[in-house]
Design a protein around this ligand. Structure first.
Ligand code: PEP
Length: 266
């Protein structure tokens, strides 16, 4: 009998985080190119989402809807209030009205550059859920924390804080993105084994806190310099259920290659 873990039944989610790139004309071109690069069968084994800047959402939504492209629309951030005097912010119901399905919360750039704490991430995750969308909750350690042997405790604390007050049923439907900060936009990817170890740690944390069903269902993405070349090995890990992709998602052909990681697996 093999010691290999059985393949899991969770459908991977490959998400493209465009960050602050692409105006709405470029966004339309990119999504059309992606739709052309993928064929309907490609979506059988994988879910795909794209997360353009807010100013592109309506344009991308129109293309996805008109051409019946089975790519989910995503956002990169959101405010926790449903409406009100918050100049410059975007409320969850506004995103839901545009057919946004996934919202990234707690990306490390939001945590580091905009001071978002686990408490803020938790409020945003709850607001996304209240508007019937799915949060992609990002966690991950810095290089200093990893070198100090604090990677697991850092991630554990982020998970506890960011998912506080959620029931097991709700956690089961979430997406968690493990993104070691030192691997984001740097070209330095975690080894498949390191990524697997942390994703397994996150799943065991979910198991002990929210139960078997939540742990077996929650999707855990890896993010950090994922490209067409390294995606197959990363996605082969038993506790990695997809990828959150930054830079490589701006190029439709490269992103399509990541979506089709199965074709390149040994
Ligand atoms: C990200 O922005 O979430 C990310 C992982 O970026 P990159 O793929 O460019 O490292």
């Amino acid at each position: 009998m093999s010691n290999e873990p059985a393949p899991n039944s969770r459908k991977p989610l490959i998400s493209g985080n465009w960050k602050m790139n692409h105006n709405h004309f470029e966004a339309i071109q990119t999504i059309q190119k992606l739709a052309y690069a993928l064929n309907p069968r490609d979506y059988d084994h994988v879910d795909v989402s794209v997360h353009p800047p807010f100013t592109d959402l309506r344009s991308v939504q129109t293309v996805l809807q008109a051409d019946e492209v089975p790519v989910s629309l995503g956002a990169q951030n959101v405010h926790m209030a449903s409406h009100g005097a918050f100049t410059g912010e975007i409320a969850p119901p506004m995103l839901a009205k545009l057919n946004v399905e996934y919202v990234i919360v707690g990306h490390s750039e939001r945590r580091e550059l905009f001071g978002e704490t686990d408490e803020v991430v938790n409020q945003k995750a709850k607001a996304v859920l209240a508007a019937d969308m799915t949060p992609i909750v990002c966690v991950g350690e810095t290089l200093e924390q990893r070198q100090a042997g604090e990677a697991e405790s850092t991630v554990s604390q982020q998970i506890s804080g960011s998912l506080a007050g959620l029931s097991g049923d709700v956690v089961a439907g979430l997406v968690i993105a493990y993104e070691p900060i030192w691997a984001i936009g740097t070209g330095a990817t975690a080894t498949p084994n390191d990524a697997q170890l942390m994703c397994a740690h996150i799943r065991s944390l979910v198991r002990s806190r929210w139960g078997d069903s939540a742990a077996d269902s929650v999707r855990i993405q890896y993010g950090g310099s994922v490209k067409g070349g390294n995606a197959p090995e990363l996605m082969a890990q038993p506790d990695i259920d997809g990828a959150l992709v930054g830079g490589a998602s701006l190029d439709a052909d490269e992103f399509a290659r990541i979506v089709n990681f199965r074709l390149y697996q040994a």
